[in-house]
Design a protein. Sequence first.
Length: 253
Amino acid sequence: MRRDRWCPKAVLAALVVLCVPGLAAASVGRVETVEGSAWRTPEGAERQPLQPGVEIEQKDTLDVDAKSGVKLVLNDGSVLMLSADSQLVITEAEFAGQERKGFVGSLRLGKVWASVKKALSGSQAKFEVKTDRAVAGVRGTTLRVDVAPPAVAGALSPSTVVQVYSGLVRVAARVPPRPGGSPGPVPKPGERVEVPPPREVSVEEWEEIVRELQKDRQIEVGKRVGPVTRVDPKRRDDEFGIFVKRNQGLKKP
């Protein structure tokens, strides 16, 4: 009768998978400050309380409770702060040591403030904050993005506001096309024209409008893209703004 024998190579391979950090989910940053209560939900796992020192990973969903706030430091030194009643999903995050290859955070609710480290010279590393209304793409910048809560769960948020405190931000907004769209060909005299029935325009058919914002400028995106204006100091210095100032020392946002 033949006995099953352990294969040394198979055992070694199993140990490598279990023990080598690079083959497991890699940390993309850590929690530095938690005021109040907040939560981390790894992909496919149960949610866990956020505490200072906790590491965050790609695909994590971060939820901040009412009257709370969170400060995160990413591997490249970039800083993110989340307001009360916020939800941020780390949709993409790639780092090589302390060098950022790319980062995308999806802000579903609330407000996020970010101080983004400049990428290495010649690097095309992106850093984006996405909402259901717009995408703010930055290189080395300090900015804030606010998402207004929807009136009904699951609906689009009424608006996204992007404020830029330093650097340059490219905002790509998607809005419904204006009624009528592009004019068609002019009919000939007496020619019968068929008018297509009304239909709902899908989000995929929305128009993309791009704006660039410099220091001390903001833009609001809702059903339409608002004008670029000066930063609203009341919004900047609200309760979340006070949290930001308190957690970045004496520096201004």
